[in-house]
Design a protein around this ligand. Structure first.
Ligand code: BJW
Ligand code: ZN
Length: 250
């Protein structure tokens, strides 16, 4: 299944980077952002099925209806606590152990890479388990959830919100700079389970490609990156990644 030139390349000592997206967590039962079909077991047929994730993940949505957005994240926070990493997450842990240089860049906020055991992780879009004040940025680990309104910051009275990056907001600077640097200097760039339409994360693969990196895409369907990728594996990351690890390092 894997071309021998790719296997040889990976058996050398290349600098590896992987960018992951919601597709990697799909097999854990979490919903992706842009797929029309909910994941099995994610309970999407219920209350939240009528809302488009891309329309709730914005400062405008929060300004319009903070309680709706807070409740959606509260529900997702609980959903994330109830799921486990899948074989795709664990395969990425194996790659980190076996490859001398490997940086994992994720757009996912679900913490499943760290849960699985990945250590060198750059979280570009924040982490859903962290909560902070929308005004003064103070982080908090406790709040009163039994209110009719969004809980407020104990320091300044501002509304609490998840520490994730919404549309139009800046990505965490240090993480983004490290991701850009890693992408520009890697030998092989994996794009896994991401639709590749959200900037600036989507441009990382192109930056790697332009600097001569070999781009490998693993996705259930084609994306805007597919024509540029040297190797394309169409299917589930939870199946393809463990097979790749066995073929290269097994
Ligand atoms: C499987 C699978 C399986 C399924 N196995 N595969 C340049 C051009 C145009 C627009 C812009 C631009 N620069 C910035 C913008 C605007 C915007 C943007 O990109 N918009 C586009 C959508 C048009 N970007 C921003 O606003 C960013 N901010 C910014 O640039 O700020 C500038 C600034 C600078 C300085 C000061 C101030 C501002 C911020 C983007 C934040 C994105 N946030 C979200 C929400 C996070 C919180 C949350 O979780 O709720 O991040 S949106 C959502 O999209 C989430 C994801 O991380 C992100 C990417 O989605 P992802 O992971 O690719 O998921 P899907 O669902 O799209 O795709 C899943 C894929 O998996 C599919 O391809 C499936 O086929 C596949 N799949 N099952 C393998 N089992
Ligand atoms: Zn505050």
């Amino acid at each position: 299944m894997f071309p021998s030139d790719l296997v040889s390349l990976l058996r050398g000592t290349p600098k590896l980077v992987a960018l992951t997206g919601a597709g990697v967590s799909q097999e854990s039962g979490l919903r992706t952002f842009r797929d029309s079909h909910p994941s099995p077991g994610s309970g999407q047929a219920g209350l939240w099925a009528q809302y488009k994730p891309t329309e709730l993940a914005s400062p405008e949505a929060f300004a319009r209806d903070p309680k709706l957005v807070w409740d959606w994240y509260a529900w997702r926070r609980e959903a994330v606590k109830g799921v486990r990493p899948n074989p795709g997450h664990y395969a990425l842990v194996e790659i980190e152990k076996r490859a001398p240089q490997f940086i994992l860049i994720t757009q996912n906020v679900d913490n499943l890479h760290r849960f699985a055991g990945s250590q060198n992780v750059l979280e570009l879009h924040g982490n859903i388990q962290r909560v902070r004040c929308a005004d003064c940025y103070t982080f908090t680990e406790t709040w009163d959830d039994d209110t009719e309104t969004v809980p407020r910051c104990k320091e300044c009275g501002g509304l609490l919100r998840p520490d994730v990056v919404w549309f139009g907001e800046a990505l965490p600077r240090a993480q983004l700079e490290a991701a850009v640097e890693a992408s520009r200097s890697c030998d092989v760039f994996f794009s896994i389970g991401t639709s590749g339409v959200v900037q600036p994360a989507a441009s990382l693969a192109f930056a790697a490609h332009n600097r001569g990196a070999v781009v490998v895409e693993i996705n259930a369907e084609p994306t805007p990156l597919t024509p540029k990728a040297e190797y394309v594996f169409e299917g589930k990351s939870g199946e393809i990644l463990p097979q790749l690890v066995r073929a290269v390092w097994g």
